[in-house]
Design a protein around this ligand. Sequence first.
Ligand code: COD
Length: 312
Amino acid sequence: MTADVRGSSRPAGEGLDFLIAESKKGRPMTLALACPYGDDALGAACRAQREGVARAVLIGDAARIRSTAERDGCDITGITLVDEPDDDRAVEASVRMVSSGEADFLMKGLVKTSTLLKAVLDKEWGLRTGSLLSHLFLFEVAVLGGRVIGVSDGGMNTYPDLGAKVKIIENAVACFHRIGTPQPKIAALAAVEAVNPDMKATLEAAALAKMNERGQIKGCLVDGPLALDNAVSEEAARIKGISSPVAGSADMLLVPDIESGNFVGKVLMYMTGGKGAGVILGARKPIVLTSRFDSVETKLLSISLGAVVARG
Ligand code: COD
C-alpha cells in the first residue's frame, strides 16, 4: 500500500474492520476479561474466540458468568473460566494473569473503570512500565465516509499537563505505527486556532507543535492549536486560511482534558452512528476499556485492536 494524502498507508475509507483481519495474523492472543456479567463484553469475547480474533479467559463469579451467557445467548463452550466471586479479587486475578504472561491483554467487564485502572497501576503486581498510561479511542466516522480518527485521552488521564500530553501523543503514535499509519497527523485541539495567552490549551498545543518541529516528538506531524472543525475538515481549514499539513486531515485529535475527549468521543459514537475501538496504551500490555453502552461491534473491534497491539 502506498501512503495516501492523509499520511496513512491504509486506504482512505477502509474503516476499522481491517483490525479484525490483522488480529488473526500469527499466534492468537489471550484476553483476560474481568467480571463479564453482561454489558456485551461477554458477547464480544465469545465472538472474538469463535472468529479467531483472540482466546478468552473469563474471570469472575462462575455461576453468574454462566447465567449471563445463558441469558444473552453466548456460547462459552471451550472458553476458560476462573471462578472468583469477589469483584476486587477477580480484577486483581485478571491483572495478575496479564502481568505474569499467562494472558496477553486485559479487558474490563462490568466493573468500575477506576477500580480496574487502580489495579492496573498497582506497584507490586500491576502493569506499569514507568511511563504514562493513556487511552486511545479510534472512531470510524460514518459522516466522514468511514474515515478513522483517534481521540486521546478521553478515558484515563484527567487533566494532563504539557509533559503528559507529549506521552499521550507518543503512546498513540506507536499504536498508529503498529496499525499501518507511519506518520500520523496529530491535531492538538483547542477552542480556537489562534494562540491566546488566556487559554492554556492553545499555549500547550503551540508548544507541542514546536516540539514536533524541533524533533522532540517524533514519528508524526503535530499541529495546533486547531479547532475541531479545521482539524477534520479541509474546507473549514481553507475558509479559516490555515495552511498546515495536519489541518483538515488529522488522524488523531489530542484533546485538552478528559471531559472534552469524552464529549467528542460520545458525540462521534452516539450522534453520528459511528463505531470504534478503544484501548489503554503505555502499560506492559494493552487494556481494552470500553463503556457499558458501547455495542458488541465496538467491543469486538476494541478486542481486535488490543490483540494487534499485544502482539507488538
Ligand atoms: N499512568 C501511569 N501512572 C499513573 C497514571 C497514568 N495515567 N495515573 C496515575 N498514575 C500513578 C501515579 O503516578 C501514582 O503513582 C499512582 O498511579 C496513583 O496516582 P493518583 O493518586 O494520581 O491516581 P489514582 O489512583 O487516584 O487514579 C488514577 C486513575 C487512573 C484511576 C484516575 O486518574 C481516574 O479515575 N481517571 C479517570 C478514569 C475514568 O473514570 N475513565 C472513564 C471515563 S469514560
